[in-house]
Design a protein. Structure first.
Length: 114
């Protein structure tokens, strides 16, 4: 069983930065592709960024060039560096395995507002 604990969210002004962290329990972390997702009020959860076990990354068009996903397999942790934040980035951010089948964590709230 795998549990995800997201942290690092908060209130930030437009143009600001935040770094999110997601700690995962279990021994399978290092072998699986990991993803960051977000869900804004009244909207469906969407994929933001993914990183394979070997470090290949892919981003949603809306965040490309502003967000960077990375991982530390020794710490079972995946990160999301978010720069040049916009109000439309406001959402609860989650991490999980894109392959599915694992419960979602509590997420971390990111609010971008002046």
């Amino acid at each position: 069983q795998v549990h995800f604990v997201e942290s690092g969210g908060g209130l930030v002004q437009p143009g600001g930065s935040l770094r999110l962290s997601c700690a995962a329990s279990g021994s399978i972390f290092s072998t699986y592709t990991m993803g960051w997702y977000r869900q804004a009020p009244g909207k469906q959860r969407e994929s933001v960024a993914v990183i394979t076990s070997s470090g290949t990354t892919n981003y949603a068009v809306s965040v490309k060039g502003r967000f960077t996903i990375s991982r530390d397999n020794a710490k079972n942790t995946v990160y999301l560096q978010m720069n040049s934040l916009k109000p439309e980035d406001t959402a609860v951010y989650y991490c999980n395995f894109p392959r599915g089948g694992y419960a979602w964590g509590q997420g971390t709230q990111v609010t971008v507002s002046s």
